[in-house]
Design a protein around this ligand. Sequence first.
Ligand code: FES
Length: 279
Amino acid sequence: MKLRPAPSTAGDLLSLTGDMIVNRRQFMRYGFNATSGVLASTLGALGFAAILLPPSGGGGGDTSVLYWAKGREDEAWYGAKHLQPMSKSDFEAEAAKSKVGMSGAQGVWNGLPVIVNYVPHSVNSIKPMADNSPRFQEMPGYDIGGNYVAHATEYLLGNPEIFDPSGNLIMIFSRCTHLCCIPGWQLVSNSFTDDNWTPGGGDDGGSKMFCICHSSRFDPTAIEVNRNANRSTGASFEYLGIRRAGGPAPVGLPIIPIIMNGDTIEASSDYTGWLTYCD
Ligand code: FES
């Protein structure tokens, strides 16, 4: 399976890996573009409005993934770590306080909104599904029309560098595939964000990424191959992502590959073409 090229324009190339060509201006813009009106109203409701970073905010072409708790310093577990690098041990410590052993945090990577989740896959994957113990699930993926795209296991056999479930961490691009708001992780409290989990990537159970604009839900444990398109050009592309569990979002959200540097969570820019759908 080959990735289709992201739409490209003239300019300095930031990434030339595989089939993708993304220039720097475009890369920095994916997180915060012409939908900022919707974006601002969403984030304002969450006390998260200041996510519109200055040009140098949140890194500039580097691999660092930083906590983002602007406006929520007193309530988010990572509030005191705003703009500090994410570490796996932080997620493990927070997960120990969870009923299901999961944790998550909003982040910023190269100016882009992301969510990193810890899922105790390595210990839970050998347990019966009926235990409702969270683990990553590699699933068949379908496009918006219900057409089969590919199975995540098949995809990962050819592209193992994208996601390693044994690492217990997943990083997701946090722009809703509906109208490009920023879904959150437990920023609001409802049945979709409760601290529980059910298998199957369905809409029951909690621990969902939740988009407050129109209530779309995404299951960060359900890994599937999706197909999406660039809004401007209509060019479609396939990507490894997490499942849309419910709401008006047509498809799931793309994974950003994690690179561990000791305990520090970093990320690869090899698949930034997958982040172009709001462009
Ligand atoms: S923008 Fe996320 S549900 Fe509409």
